[in-house]
Design a protein around this ligand. Structure first.
Ligand code: NAP
Length: 245
């Protein structure tokens, strides 16, 4: 049985939390990173560390393995509201956001990968909103690239789950209720979830048949943190994504 998970973009933020949560649950973890020494320093020696830059198709082809249960794509060209390199050039954003995912999917296909690709995306990416317009001003072309990469993954022939989050913050995980909904909302400034909760939901989605071929959005809600069973029920209620939008 497949029991190893691969994370592309695991040296920071959500990808790092996915790696740490998976390690805590006792499964094997493999990370594809730009800087091996940095990754070893951050993640220790329980993780298999492979060099790969998503903008370099050859390095990604060499880095991926066919027998992982899932590949998480949590790469970001620029940071979020917590300040790291908030601005980005259109070229860098295109190369990392769109072409980066494309390189990973093509590499997975060329390796006959049969697991699931879990893509971290953004709430309301296919809808017009003040927040999306603002993000697109700061990070030119971001919305188009995010939409195109979702569409690309849906039609890639690979098993996938697209998990869309609102604005991410570094608050502790497990403190808030989480609501998983169909992908129909607009991005607003007020809606935020912790990266740890986003990581938890993506891991759960990677292990459940109910999340196969689906796109969903998640939000913080009033109340206590949900159990895995409660989250799973919400995932089951999400309809499969349309193949083309
Ligand atoms: N930030 C938000 O508010 C927000 C909201 C919704 C969804 N998302 C999505 O959630 C995901 C995670 O976001 P985050 O803010 O948690 O991430 P983050 O902290 O910005 O971390 C990004 C990761 O991507 C890696 N990376 C960047 N360029 C790379 C490249 N060319 N090749 C390989 N790895 C590369 C970075 O590695 P290095 O250490 O080498 O730089 C880092 O590990 C992203 O896909 C983002 O689109 C973010």
């Amino acid at each position: 049985m497949k029991s190893r998970y691969c994370i592309v973009g695991a040296t920071r933020g959500t990808g790092l939390l996915i790696a740490q949560q998976l390690l805590q649950s006792g499964v094997r973890v493999r990370v594809v990173v730009r800087n091996i020494e940095n990754a070893r320093r951050i993640l220790g020696d329980r993780v298999e560390v492979i060099q790969g830059d998503v903008t370099d198709a050859r390095s990604v082809r060499e880095a991926l393995a066919e027998d992982d249960k899932a590949i998480f794509f949590t790469v970001a060209a620029t940071g979020g509201i917590d300040g790291r390199a908030l601005f980005g050039s259109p070229t860098a954003i295109r190369e990392v956001t769109y072409q980066g995912l494309l390189n990973v999917v093509e590499a997975a296909r060329s390796r006959c990968f049969t697991g699931r690709v879990i893509l971290a995306s953004v709430v309301g990416v296919d809808r017009s909103s003040v927040m999306i317009r603002l993000l697109d001003k700061i990070k030119p072309g971001l919305q188009q690239n995010l939409m195109e990469r979702e569409r690309y993954l849906r039609t890639s022939g690979l098993d996938y789950t697209i998990a869309r989050a609102p604005i991410l913050i570094n608050a502790p995980a497990g403190k808030r209720n989480i609501q998983i909904t169909r992908a129909i909302s607009k991005l607003t400034a007020g809606s935020k979830i912790s990266r740890g909760d986003f990581a938890r939901v993506m891991i759960l989605a990677s292990q459940q048949t109910a999340a196969s071929g689906k796109t969903f959005e998640m939000f913080a809600a009033k109340g206590e943190a949900p159990s895995d069973e409660q989250l799973l029920k919400q995932l089951e209620a999400i309809p499969p994504s349309p193949e083309l939008r």
